[in-house]
Design a binder for this molecule. Structure first.
Ligand SMILES: *Cc1c(COP(=O)(O)O)cnc(C)c1O
Length: 373
């Protein structure tokens, strides 16, 4: 048995992170200084977009992306966005914040929005498609790019799980019109709380910066104008310092999670209880999650199994309950989606992160197989 509880995901903070943070903490500016700009430049360069705008969370970044999207549209009209029900609720909550109606498409068994049949969901008022790179594995980038272009939709990618992921060396976040990353503690790198929106469109970037900082534009030293309703969604200098330091460690984080995930892939090969999600050879997933999918006969026992695993110090979680099931979403009368339901019932995320080692993974794999047995 594991000596200590191992959560399904956790951060890794080392001496280099600590040094970077302490230095920022004792600098002249704790907010709106050079570190945030530097972090943004590094993110844009890393992803390969013209702009990166940081926020105090990915939720704020999502808010800003939908804000930028609506900016050029008629404020009197109502709009909809096609998205996935298997995501964190912030994805669609931020649509509701802009009075945009989410339309849910079904997923495939990799947990991601299924392209096939999606054209049937496009309505008169549909302005965008919003995908989510479940677990850090990219959606079909060229497929969604082509779909969005063909239907004259903007493609927004909630890539909160996927900072550092790629397919054929094409970075996740480089092909959508706007992509959002999360730097929450459990995500691929962390700034404690934080997020970013990347894009190459100047207007989207300007809009996102505007709403991030009170809707204020500076005209001269003290002459400012507030041109629209805005907020304070800014990342602090101290958080940016942590982000800059974490960015240097990102590759090693992903390598570590990949090593653990590959170990699980082998350990669980052909087991009689559950299946795993096989990744494609040409993709680099951030392995934010390591999901196992219980075979049908074990689904009704999932709660008891999860409880047993927690008792054995193995942190597990379910990602995600389909959003249309939430109380706040009942008023839309959404139809039930078959795969989304099956996925939710079958899925269990097990520990896979940079703060554990192969020995932990071996114990976890053995325990899981024995608990199912
Ligand atoms: C974590 C997460 C968010 C929210 O990120 P925060 O930085 O915590 O606001 C949004 N969408 C998805 C898919 C997430 O996993």
């Amino acid at each position: 048995m594991l000596e200590h509880f191992i959560p399904y995901s956790t951060q890794s903070i080392d001496e280099s992170d600590k040094k970077s943070v302490i230095k920022a903490l004792f600098s002249s500016h704790l907010t709106q200084g050079e570190l945030v700009s530097t972090f943004e430049d590094l993110i844009a360069k890393f992803i390969g977009t013209k702009h990166a705008i940081t926020f105090n969370s990915a939720t704020s970044a999502l808010y800003a992306a939908f804000y930028a999207l609506k900016k050029s549209l008629n404020p009197q009209k109502t709009y909809s966005i096609i998205t996935t029900p298997i995501t964190f609720v912030a994805t669609t909550n931020m649509m509701l914040a802009h009075n945009i109606t989410p339309i849910f498409g079904d997923i495939d068994m990799s947990g991601k929005l299924k392209l096939e049949g999606l054209q049937n969901l496009v309505r008169e008022d549909t302005i965008a498609i919003c995908t989510m790179d479940y677990g850090g594995s990219s959606v079909d980038m060229s497929g969604f790019r082509e779909f969005a272009d063909r239907h004259n939709l903007i493609w927004i990618s909630d890539s909160s799980h996927a900072f550092g992921g790629s397919v054929d060396n094409v970075k996740i976040g480089s092909m959508a019109d706007m992509s959002i990353f999360s730097f929450h503690a459990l995500k691929p790198i962390t700034t404690c709380e934080g997020g970013a929106m990347v894009c190459s469109n100047d207007e989207y970037a300007d809009s996102a910066r505007l709403v991030c900082s009170h809707g204020i534009v500076k005209k001269a030293l003290y002459n400012q104008d507030c041109v629209d309703l805005g907020f304070n969604f800014r990342l602090s200098e101290v958080a940016a310092a942590l982000g800059i330091s974490q960015l240097k460690r990102l590759d090693s984080f992903i390598d570590k999670r990949e090593e653990i995930a590959r170990f699980y892939d082998n350990a669980f090969l052909d087991n009689p209880y559950f299946s795993i999600i096989k990744l494609k050879d040409n993709e680099r997933s951030t392995r934010h999650l390591y999901p196992i999918l219980l075979h049908r006969e074990y689904v009704c026992g999932k709660e008891a199994l999860a409880q047993k695993l927690v008792e054995k110090n193995i942190g597990v979680q379910v990602h995600y309950k389909p959003i249309y099931n939430f109380s706040h979403y009942q008023r839309f009368n959404y139809p039930i989606l078959r795969n989304a339901e099956d996925f939710y019932h079958a899925e269990l995320s097990i520990p896979c992160h940079q703060s554990m080692n192969l020995n932990n993974a071996k114990i976890i794999a053995d325990e899981i197989l024995s608990v199912f047995g």
